[in-house]
Design a protein around this ligand. Structure first.
Ligand SMILES: [Zn+2]
Length: 81
């Protein structure tokens, strides 16, 4: 299992701005709200991000956008970030 990399404050800020740009650049329809089982959200890469509207949307959208921006990161690295 890949070691989790601790991010510096600067790296977190840089990632945060990339997440904001990523969310803003998606066309309408990219984010889909559905009832999901077992997960809060799901990243379908360029096809869209599915979010369970019954869960916290903001942390979930940030989490799924990190998957999109850093596809090589493990689930634990994304969750930790
Ligand atoms: Zn994830």
């Amino acid at each position: 299992m890949a070691k989790i990399q601790k991010l510096s404050k600067e790296q977190i800020l840089e990632l945060f701005h990339r997440i904001i740009d990523c969310i803003k650049s998606q066309k309408r329809g990219y984010f889909v709200l559905k009832k999901l089982k077992g997960v809060h959200g799901w990243c379908e890469w360029e096809d869209g991000i599915i979010l369970d509207y019954r869960k916290d949307l903001i942390p979930t959208i940030i989490h799924e956008c990190i998957h999109l921006l850093e596809p090589t990161w493990s689930e634990s690295q994304v969750a930790y970030s």
